[in-house]
Design a protein around this ligand. Sequence first.
Ligand SMILES: [Fe+2]
Ligand SMILES: [Fe+2]
Length: 148
Amino acid sequence: MPLLRDYIAEHERATNLGGDAVRALDRGEHDVARELLTAMGTELRSHWQGEEQGLFAVMGKDELYAEHIAPLVREHRELEVLLASADLSDSGVRDEVRKAVFDLHEHIAKEEDGLFPASLTALGGDEWDAAMAAWHEAHPGRQMIGDS
Ligand SMILES: [Fe+2]
Ligand SMILES: [Fe+2]
């Protein structure tokens, strides 16, 4: 499913940036880490918009899935706040960032191993169209993977 492929590619870019940021922190390069975290935030904001207005919105109409989606959205907001405000001169904040990058892998696993596979059987054509329209709105001027 093209949309899921895009979501997964976005996950990969975000976790790569997060991993690079943690390694920069380990080297004491806080400015480099700051730039990487900012890039990660930019990647994730459009990703979250695409998910929340797209796949999550159409799947969330079903109570069963809404229950799983609410905590995922909460985790988006928590990470957004941390990435926007992280004062990397504070060692406590640096630890929070490390934990957040680690936790992001778990968040992504809940999507890629749970919600995404479920969507393949749960959604119909109109719902996929709506989810894909939301992705395009979140990524102005970009094409989905494999689209030409
Ligand atoms: Fe997510
Ligand atoms: Fe995601």
